[in-house]
Design a protein around this ligand. Structure first.
Ligand code: NGO
Length: 535
């Protein structure tokens, strides 16, 4: 059985290396057990690296290993982050120093333009591991690769036996797409700053670089707005099923943004409008066309609420909210929702979007909206987030494709592929099934570049995995729905199309199981994935 498993793994990594168009296929690991002296094969990483050249002696982290960083704040910070991962499990001191030397080296300012802003190169051999990048984000992504090349036990928070080997060879790696996102709905159920940080750390491990926060919906308004204080204090006071809800103060929110940026994720805030607005409408009677505030809502219906498109106060409200949110947002994008406005007439919807999009621009941000925005007139430079299904009508798909041909960028979040709140099978205790059941293979096995008929590949800016939280209440619930599907989405966003291969991928995915165990991530043990006994 062990022999069989090893053969499958080796085949998997050979397939990967070939598919990636790498320059050499190195020796297959020989001797020892995968858990013992044999290092993880270079390239058995998620997302699959763009190119892998295996070979040469492995590097071994020992009690004299140091992390040598450039004399820059960013390199030192990333070095310290890596040391914080390595110290508890190795038990070594792992000093971070800007003196030259062998060991682990983190170097910024590479002259290799092909690495772009997020790429890196990792060279490993007997003397050490060197990660070079042009920009800090690339260095950070290289560090994530190094983590995955070490035994899973490196993620534990108590001293483990090792040995801590990194296979020899070279990885050169850059992302396919600049937008590799995850969305968390903190409205249907509220998640605390610490809970969001936990998710950020999980996302960073897979080189995800956008965290989209769905900050408002019918069931709860989650961000303090000084000029409209009741939005948070009243509109945020409950959630699906009742219960206390919650909201972020501005300081809370800044802390999320700071933490995300320390992991090289940009936070994309969303205020959903003109629909999905019951929490706001309940907080201020004035925002309603009839001047009467509805009660707070704790159910899970959609499409029943709308801002009052023909009242001026609506635009005072929108201006204030966008101004205050933009001021909290160092990132470029601000999401204005726009989905399921079933209680807004088409004409009103178009009128509303025509008035609101310039407000986003006025405060220096770029619009992103759910793809229904393409039924209005997307602003120049706007992105549309597609959340349709295979069975979405050809007409609706064509509307989005036409907008893409006219210059609107697309973020792909097909609901029957990468909605992380969809059940895996009928027996999945959490989640919804309106888009269908989404097992691990289905969520991985599609190509963003050719997904939407008639949309040019160049219009696709990336992928994003939404996690709606009607049924998701705790961090353990997040873990179970995100893992193992999230790493597949990250790979679709990062890895070259040529590496795409379910049979090779599922072997790399199985190897992540012990890592999630070590990190305390409770994942769904899909029967489609050949998990190892230890995992
Ligand atoms: C839809 C809907 C959300 C739901 C979600 C549940 C979009 C963009 N709008 O996706 O309000 O929470 O499905 O899966």
């Amino acid at each position: 059985m062990r022999q069989h498993r090893r053969t499958t793994r080796i085949l998997g990594s050979l397939l990967l290396v070939t598919a990636a168009g790498a320059f050499a296929v190195g020796a297959a690991p020989a001797g020892g057990t995968p858990e013992g002296d044999t290092p993880t094969p270079l390239g058995r990483v998620i997302p699959a690296p763009a190119s892998v050249k295996t070979g040469g002696a492995p590097y071994r982290i020992t009690d004299s290993t140091r992390i040598h960083v450039d004399d820059s704040r960013e390199a030192r910070r990333i070095g310290t982050y890596l040391a914080d991962v390595l110290r508890p499990s190795t038990g070594y001191r792992i000093p971070v120093t800007d003196r030259q030397g062998t060991g682990i080296r983190l170097k910024l300012g590479s002259k290799d333009a092909s690495l772009g802003d997020e790429g890196y190169r990792l060279d490993s051999g007997r003397q050490g591991v060197t990660i070079t990048a042009r920009k800090p984000a690339g260095l950070f992504h290289g560090v994530q690769t190094l983590r995955q090349l070490l035994p899973a036990a490196v993620e534990k928070d108590s001293v483990q036996p090792g040995p801590w080997l990194v296979a020899g060879g070279t990885i050169k790696d850059t992302p396919r797409y600049g937008w590799r996102g995850a969305m968390l709905d903190v409205s249907r159920h509220f998640f605390t700053v610490d809970q969001v940080k936990r998710y950020i750390d999980q996302l960073a491990l897979y080189k995800v670089n956008k965290l989209h926060l769905h900050l408002s919906d019918d069931q709860g308004w989650r961000i303090a707005i000084d000029s409209w204080p009741r939005l948070a204090t009243y509109g945020g006071s409950t959630q699906v099923g009742g219960g206390p809800g919650g909201h972020y103060t501005k300081d809370d929110y800044k802390e999320i943004v700071r933490y995300a940026s320390s992991r090289f994720l940009e936070v994309v805030p969303e205020i959903d409008m003109p629909g999905h607005t019951n929490a706001a409408l309940a907080s201020y009677a004035d925002l309603n066309c009839d001047g009467v505030a509805p009660p707070l809502y704790t159910g899970t219906e959609v499409g029943f609420s709308s801002l009052c498109v023909n009242k001026d106060v609506t635009y005072d409200f929108v201006d204030d909210v966008i101004r205050e949110l933009a001021a909290l947002t160092p990132g470029r994008y601000l999401h204005i929702g726009g989905d399921e406005a079933h209680s807004t007439s088409h004409d009103d919807y178009v009128k509303f979007m025509d008035r609101v999009q310039p407000v986003v621009a006025k405060y220096g941000k770029t619009v992103i909206g759910w793809h229904q925005l393409t039924g209005a007139t997307p602003a120049k430079g706007a992105l549309a987030q597609y959340w349709g299904l295979d069975r979405t009508s050809a007409e609706e798909k064509e509307r989005v494709a036409a907008a893409a041909r006219a210059g609107t960028g697309l973020i792909l979040s097909p609901a029957d592929r990468i909605y992380l709140d969809m059940k895996y099978t009928e027996d999945t205790p959490l989640g919804l099934a309106w888009a269908g059941l989404v097992e691990v293979k289905r969520s991985y096995d599609w190509d963003p570049g050719t997904y939407l008929p008639g949309a040019p590949g160049s219009a696709v800016k990336g992928v994003e995995a939404p996690l709606w939280t009607e049924t998701i209440v705790t961090p353990a619930n997040i873990d179970f729905m995100a893992f193992p599907r999230l790493p597949g989405v990250a790979e679709l966003g990062w890895s070259p199309a040529a590496t795409h291969d379910w049979d090779a991928y599922k072997v790399r995915l199985a190897a992540q199981g012990p890592r999630w165990d070590a990190l305390g991530i409770g994942y769904y043990r899909s029967p489609q994935v050949p998990w190892t006994a230890a995992g």
